[in-house]
Design a protein around this ligand. Structure first.
Ligand code: ADP
Ligand code: MG
Length: 254
C-alpha cells in the first residue's frame, strides 16, 4: 500500500492547567489504514483523538488533516471526518430511522436511513428503538452515525469495550469493511488481540508520549529480536476459542 499521510500530527501538546496530558507527540496516519492508539488509561489517547476531531483545543503543535491545517480551517476538517456521537444524544424513544433523520438534519447531508442501516447490518432494526438494541447493535448503530457525512476518516474510541466475544468479532468485520471501502480508521482499544488482528499500524502511548509505532507484526518481531521469550503455548486453543466454538456460530448475524 502506498503510504500517503492523511493525518500529520507534529509536536502536539495538551495541558490541563499544570498537568501536561499530551507531551509533544508526532505521528502520521496513512490514507486507507486502520491505525490504533494503544496505551494505559490516562495515557492521552482520547485527548489526542478529540483534538484532531476539533472537539478540544490543543495547547501547541500542528495537526494537518488531508492537507488542511486544524488551526486555519477546523470547519473543513469537521466536514471530512466521522465522529461517534455521544449516546446521550440517542433519544431512547425514537427508532433508528428517526434517529438517522435527526442526525442527517444536523449534518445537512442526504442519506437513505435504510441504506445506512444496511451497511452495519441493522436493516431489520429500522423500526426498533435505540434502547431495545443489544450492546453490539448499539455500537454498530453508533458506527453507522459516523458514516452519515461520507467521511474520509472515522474515529472510534474504544468501540468494543464491554462487548461479548461475538459482538466484538462482528464489529471487527464491520470496521475492516469500512476500511476496505477506502475510509481511514483511527481506533483506540485495550484489547491487544483486537489491535493485532485489526490494525495495520499501532502507536503505543504512555504518559502522553508515543513510545513505539509500527505494524503489530514488526513490533512483535522487534521484541523477539531482543531475546524475549515467553512460556511456550501448550494448547492449540484458548478459552475464548471454546466460548466462540460453543456459542458463536451466529456471530455474523447477531
Ligand atoms: P486516555 O484516553 O488515554 O485514557 P485521556 O486523554 O482521557 O486518556 O486523559 C489523559 C489525561 O488527561 C488523564 O490523566 C486525564 O485524567 C486527564 N484529563 C483528561 N481530560 C481532562 C480534563 N478535561 N481536565 C483535566 N484533566 C483531564
Ligand atoms: Mg480514553
Amino acid at each position: 500500500m502506498p503510504s500517503k499521510a492523511i493525518i500529520t500530527v507534529k509536536d502536539l501538546v495538551k495541558s490541563y492547567g499544570d498537568f501536561e496530558a499530551v507531551k509533544g507527540i508526532s505521528f502520521e496516519v496513512y490514507e486507507g489504514e486502520i491505525f490504533g492508539l494503544l496505551g494505559p488509561n490516562g495515557a492521552g489517547k482520547s485527548t489526542t483523538l478529540e483534538i484532531i476531531e476539533t472537539l478540544r483545543n490543543k495547547t501547541s503543535g500542528t495537526v494537518i488533516v488531508d492537507g488542511v491545517n486544524l488551526e486555519e480551517a477546523p470547519e473543513e476538517i469537521k466536514k471530512m471526518i466521522g465522529v461517534q456521537l455521544q449516546t446521550s444524544g440517542f433519544y431512547p424513544n425514537l427508532n433508528l430511522t428517526e434517529l438517522i433523520h435527526l442526525f442527517v438534519g444536523l449534518y445537512q447531508s442526504e442519506v437513505d436511513p435504510l441504506e445506512l442501516l444496511k451497511k452495519v447490518n441493522l436493516e431489520d432494526k429500522a423500526k426498533a428503538k435505540y434502547k431495545e438494541l443489544s450492546g453490539g447493535q448499539k455500537q454498530r448503530f453508533s458506527i453507522a452515525t459516523t458514516l452519515i457525512n461520507k467521511p474520509k476518516i472515522i474515529f472510534l474510541d474504544e468501540p468494543t469495550t464491554g462487548l461479548d466475544p461475538q459482538a466484538r468479532r462482528n464489529l471487527w468485520d464491520l470496521i475492516k469493511e469500512i476500511r476496505n471501502n477506502a475510509t481511514t480508521v483511527i481506533i483506540t482499544t485495550h484489547y491487544m488481540d483486537e489491535a493485532e488482528i485489526l490494525c495495520d499500524r499501532v502507536a503505543i502511548v504512555d504518559s502522553g508520549k508515543i513510545i513505539a509505532i509500527n505494524t503489530p507484526s514488526s513490533l512483535i518481531d522487534e521484541l523477539v529480536a531482543t531475546g524475549f521469550e515467553k512460556e511456550k503455548v501448550v494448547k492449540n486453543a484458548n478459552l475464548e476459542d471454546v466460548f466462540i466454538q460453543l456459542t458463536g456460530k451466529e456471530w455474523r448475524e447477531e
